[in-house]
Design a protein around this ligand. Structure first.
Ligand SMILES: Nc1ncnc2c1ncn2[C@@H]1O[C@H](COP(=O)(O)OP(=O)(O)OP(=O)(O)O)[C@@H](O)[C@H]1O
Ligand SMILES: C[C@H](N)[C@H](N)CCCCCC(=O)O
Ligand SMILES: [Mg+2]
Length: 236
C-alpha cells in the first residue's frame, strides 16, 4: 500500500525542505522506500544553473540519492517558477498559470504510481495558506489531497503562535495532523526544545525538534511512517 504525507509550513522558509530532506535520509537509512516531491516551486533557478542544487528540488533529489537530471527534476517538480513569490504571482510573471485540478491530478497519479510500501512525501509551498493559484491556497491543495500533514514550525520569537494558528486551521478543515517538527531558527531567543514544549502543550499532536544542522530524530521518522499508514485519526 502506498502511503503519502504532505509537509506544510507555519510559514515560508521555515524548514519544510530541511525537514523533508532529513526525514527522507533517515527513512532511507532504515531501508524504507521514500519518494520526496516538490510539485510546485517558486524562486527556482534554471536546471543548469550552479545554484540549482541548493533549490528545494535539488535538495530533495539529493536526499533521495538522485542525480539532478532534467527527467528527475521534472518528476519531482513539474511546476517551477523563477520569481521568489507566491506561485500564482510567480506564474503570472511568466505569462503562465496553473489549475488546482491539474496539481491534484498530478499528485494523485504520483502517489498511485509509487512502488508498494513507498512513503510519498509531498512538500507544499510557502506557508499553509500561501496562494498557489488565483483562487486556491496551499490549504485547499492539502485538504483536497486527503492525506495527513506534517507541520513544520520554526523556533523564532512568534513561532509558537504561528504554529498553533496553523494547527487550528488544519483542525478546522478536518486535515489529520501527524506531527509537528520544530526546525531551529537562527538567532532564536530560546532553545527549540522550549518552543516545542510550548507547542506540544497546546497542539494535541506530537512535536519533534531538529537543532541547526541536526539529522531527523527517529521519533519523527516513526510518527511519519505510522501516520502515512493511516494511524492518524481525522480531526473531529
Ligand atoms: N534545522 C535546521 N538546521 C540548519 N538549517 C536549517 C534548519 N531549518 C532550516 N534551515 C535552513 O533555513 C533555510 C530555509 O529552510 P527551508 O528551505 O527548508 O525552508 P522551506 O520552508 O522549505 O522554504 P520554502 O517555503 O521556500 O519551501 C534553508 O537554508 C535551510 O537549509
Ligand atoms: C520564495 C519562497 N521561498 C517560497 N517559494 C514562496 C513563498 C510564498 C509566500 C506567499 C505568502 O504567503 O505571503
Ligand atoms: Mg522548501
Amino acid at each position: 500500500m502506498t502511503r503519502a504525507l504532505f509537509i506544510a509550513g507555519a510559514g515560508t522558509e521555515i524548514g519544510k525542505t530541511y525537514v523533508t530532506a532529513a526525514l527522507t535520509r533517515r527513512l532511507r537509512a532504515r531501508g524504507e522506500a521514500v519518494r520526496a516531491l516538490k510539485p510546485l516551486a517558486s524562486g527556482v533557478p534554471p536546471v543548469g544553473d550552479p545554484t540549482f542544487a541548493a533549490s528545494d528540488t535539488g535538495r530533495l533529489l539529493a536526499a533521495q540519492g538522485l542525480a539532478l537530471t532534467p527527467e528527475a527534476v521534472e518528476a519531482c517538480s513539474p511546476w517551477r517558477f523563477a520569481a521568489p513569490l507566491a506561485p500564482d504571482l510567480a506564474a503570472a510573471r511568466e505569462g503562465r498559470s496553473l489549475d488546482l485540478a491539474d496539481l491534484l491530478a498530478w499528485c494523485r497519479a504520483a502517489v498511485a504510481a509509487a512502488e508498494p510500501e513507498t512513503l510519498v512525501l509531498i512538500e507544499g509551498v510557502g506557508g499553509l495558506m500561501s496562494p498557489i493559484t488565483r483562487e486556491a491556497t496551499g490549504l485547499d491543495w492539502l485538504a483536497a489531497l486527503g492525506v495527513p500533514a506534517l507541520l513544520v514550525s520554526g523556533s523564532y520569537l512568534g513561532a509558537i503562535s504561528h504554529a498553533l494558528t496553523a494547527v487550528e486551521t488544519l483542525r478546522a478543515h478536518g486535515v489529520p495532523l501527524a506531527a509537528i517538527a520544530v526546525s531551529e531558527s537562527p538567532d532564536a531567543p530560546t532553545p527549540p526544545e522550549t518552543v516545542a514544549a510550548a507547542i506540544a502543550r497546546r497542539a494535541g499532536a506530537p512535536v519533534a525538534c531538529l537543532r541547526r544542522g541536526a539529522d531527523c530524530p527517529g521519533t519523527l521518522a516513526r510518527l511519519v511512517r505510522d501516520a502515512a499508514a493511516g494511524a492518524v485519526p481525522r480531526a473531529p
